[in-house]
Design a protein around this ligand. Sequence first.
Ligand code: SF4
Length: 332
Amino acid sequence: MKINSLFYEEFKEDILKCTLCPHQCILYPNKTGICRVRQNIKGEMYSLNYNDVTSIALDPMEKKPLFHFHPGEKILSLGTWGCNLKCPFCQNYEIAQLKPPYQKKIYPNAIPSLMENYDVQGVAYTYSEPIVWYEFVLDSSREVKYANPDNYNVLVTNGFINEKPLRLMLQYIDAMNIDLKVYSDKNYVKILKGGLEPVKRTIKIAYEEGIHTEVTTLVVPKVNDNLDELEEEFSWLANISKDIPLHLSRYFPAFEYNEPPTDINFLEKAYELAKKYLNFVYLGNILSSAHEDTYCPDCGTLLIQRKGYDIKIENLNENGECKNCGRKICIV
Ligand code: SF4
């Protein structure tokens, strides 16, 4: 189903400018933007993927990954097709960079009853890029909140969005995991076809607006496996808050990128470096569950033990404080 886009303006007669993300694509009649899901049809901009659901699953919250938001709960996860970045190592390229032949048609007003069927309180917009699914995510997240204000919405996103649409969407969003893919504007532009500053702005705004914010960096050989550059990222993040959880994930070959998987020793070094700046750092996509547990940054008490998706919450009181020293832990 096509639906009118919310963010565009006329550029010249019959030519439109999309203002949803920093690409600001100029669309001639019938053309689609870089994301392939917004099209100029007779002088109006349409979202082409409005109620196209390519993936639907009940996932552990930790799979998003969100380690400090409703730990151990399950969340209804929905994805569509399309993306506004072009990462050559895309781990979900079948839906992000290609259009799968079949999509389930689901309308936003059906989401609350789907949640009831799955017996969950939250929805994650994930797998492909929710920014280019904007109108659906906005409508669905509103329905989710109207059904019950205690329900929650989660975005798993690349963060490459303009400020105005971001702020409008955030009114219904409770938590975000934002990819900070490489701490170099040059490589964001050259390799990913995006830009660093808009992603940094999204992280900052999300945190300042009180959205529970976690950040993921997929460590990719020859893209961002550079400790000096990673240290700049850690330091920048710590300046916003040392308590923002950071997930350093191991890359595996996918889509158009064939470098071998990230060296575990390098990931360990990056982990140790990140810990100098940030209180909560986790390693993901590795077989061992070392570096997945949560410890109190003040007294070192084990707070949450994770073995894969087996979660044990220990030593945290009802107010989210360490039972041993009383330190407030950023866990929702
Ligand atoms: S959302 Fe799509 S069409 Fe709009 S500016 Fe971004 S890439 Fe271009």
